[in-house]
Write a protein that binds this ligand. Structure first.
Ligand code: PLP
Length: 411
């Protein structure tokens, strides 16, 4: 006998997209030392934490410095003050019933969306939209649910639901039986959103077929239009079939501070192989209390401050700032004669590459002719080929400069 690795990890396609982008940009800069490259491919926020958040963060650190107010391990599920603030401000205020006990605080939607598959059986059939946030796919590859991948990166054991120009980026219900469905709306990378009616079709499907929806709402705060649900629980019947993931990363600039949460409703029950029903909330609680020791107290106090009137005003201002960038990007693409989607209820703009150009050829063109860097759509899944992602996470100045350059190109 000898030690061996988890061979599921060997099935992972090397995620070469961001290293390939960096290699190409470095190469370009070496050849063009005076080039002023503007990066519009990054999915990270650029504005600092709101001052209300920083003040709460500071005072919580001061509490940790005094014997009388020092705190050690907190509840693995998160402090009641934060769970209550979320239940009240994110849910009750929109007429949605979610209790603090159904909210689990964590250090990221990335970990939660990656970890959630652990509480489901090995044989579950997993469906993802295509293109997709890669964590949903790769966490299931690691768990052995996805099988091997072909040269386009498509794993044989997963069900891919294409979201393309042809279907208006609205995922069609699967024809085969699936058990777990990952949905992310507003969507990364396409920047598109689902209306309440469109989301309700998925909830009805899950109810009829006995499947579970894993709903990633990390970009909820970017929704501008009416009729787009901020939470899947705005849809009737969703509490029996959906888990929801939220994050403070993109609404309040917590990408480097780390705080998020997952909602697992009381009603959500899944059978074992004998047909006995089990509470997913209890299983997730068991998973978290075993493998996770909670988010730091100052970070939870900082997150709580997002819900103060000052915090709300400040996060609204940042989101408006990014969405103004998105508007500028959309208008410039329009005048450049490019087809694009998204950027209305999300910070992402998904460009259709011009006739005869694939995702990487378009990347090269923008880099060489406009010195602008974006993300080739093919990096997000087979159906992302022929598309290209720009993000609104940038300074207004850089966004304007980048778009002036793109407007001068002819396609
Ligand atoms: N979900 C989606 C769809 C994302 O795009 C991202 C980050 O880019 C995350 C989750 C990660 O969020 P967090 O910073 O809370 O881990």
């Amino acid at each position: 006998m000898m030690v061996t690795v988890n061979e599921n990890y060997l099935l992972l396609k090397s995620s070469y997209i961001f290293s390939e982008i960096n290699r190409k940009v470095e190469d370009f800069q070496r050849k063009n030392p005076d080039a002023d490259v503007i990066r519009m491919g990054i999915g990270d926020v650029t504005r600092p934490l709101p001052s209300a958040v920083v003040d709460a963060f500071h005072s919580a650190v001061d509490e940790m410095a005094q014997e009388e107010t020092f705190r050690g391990y907190g509840p693995e599920q998160g402090y009641p003050f934060l769970r209550e603030a979320i239940a009240e401000n994110d849910y009750a205020s929109r007429g949605v019933e979610v209790s603090p006990e159904e909210i689990f605080i964590s250090d990221g939607a990335k970990c939660d969306t990656g970890n959630i598959q652990e509480i489901f059986g090995q044989d579950n059939v997993v469906a993802v939209t295509d293109p997709v946030y890669p964590v949903y796919v790769e966490s299931n590859v690691m768990a052995g649910r996805a099988g091997p991948a072909d040269e386009t990166g498509r794993y044989s054991g997963l069900v891919y639901i294409p979201c393309t120009e042809e279907n208006g980026f609205i995922p069609a219900l699967p024809e085969e039986k699936v058990d777990l469905i990952y949905l992310c709306y507003p969507n990364n990378p396409t920047g598109t959103a689902l209306t309440e009616k469109q989301l309700a079709e998925w909830v009805d499907y899950a109810r009829d077929s006995g499947s579970i929806i894993l709903f990633d709402a990390a970009y909820e705060a970017y929704i501008q239009e009416d009729g787009i649900p901020h939470s899947i629980y705005e849809v009737e019947g969703a509490r029996e079939v959906a888990v929801e993931f939220r994050s403070f990363s993109k609404n309040a600039g917590f990408t480097g501070t780390r705080c998020a949460f997952t909602v697992v409703p009381e009603e959500l029950e899944v059978p074992d192989s004998q047909g006995r029903m089990h509470s997913l909330k209890e299983l997730w609680n068991r998973r978290q209390t075993t493998k996770f020791n909670g988010v730091s107290y100052p970070v939870q106090r900082a997150a709580e401050a997002v819900y103060t009137p000052e915090g709300q005003r400040e996060i609204r201002e940042s989101i408006d700032y990014y969405m103004e960038n998105a508007r500028i990007i959309r208008e410039s693409l329009e005048s450049a004669g490019l087809r694009y989607y998204g950027g209305v209820n999300a910070p992402y703009i998904w460009i259709k590459t011009p006739e005869g150009m694939d995702s990487w050829q378009f990347f090269d063109m923008l880099l060489n002719e406009a010195e602008v860097v974006g993300t080739p759509g093919s990096g997000f899944g087979p159906s992302g080929e022929g598309y290209f992602r720009l993000t609104a996470f940038n300074s207004l100045k850089n966004t304007v400069r980048a778009m002036e350059r793109i407007s001068e190109l002819s396609f």
